[in-house]
Design a protein around this ligand. Structure first.
Ligand SMILES: [Ca+2]
Ligand SMILES: [Ca+2]
Length: 92
């Protein structure tokens, strides 16, 4: 099919006025799944409820001076430094 081109003067068979523009398929963007951000569990979330609040504070205080649970910074003792980290991570 020839496209009407008013600015073209047909010569010979008129092929010179043929619409030479070819349709090139455009790449369609395929839907790529967007990775969902996985919340990084806070080490201050001592009871693993995805919040850092009074319950975690209670756990920390109940282990105060000891080891293990509540030792947020992993230095072997539950102390003011762990409390500081917990309060910094406080979500309420
Ligand atoms: Ca918690
Ligand atoms: Ca500690």
């Amino acid at each position: 099919m020839f496209a009407l081109n008013a600015s073209c003067l047909p010569l010979g068979t008129g092929d010179n006025c043929a619409d030479t523009a070819t349709l090139t398929p455009t790449a369609t963007a395929s839907a790529t799944p967007t990775p969902t951000a996985t919340p990084v569990p806070s080490p201050s979330d001592l009871n693993s409820d995805a919040k850092v609040n009074v319950f975690d504070l209670s756990i920390l205080l109940s282990h105060w001076g000891g080891t293990g649970l509540g030792d947020i910074n992993g230095d072997g003792t539950v102390n003011i430094f762990d409390l500081s980290r917990l309060l910094t991570s406080w979500t309420g």
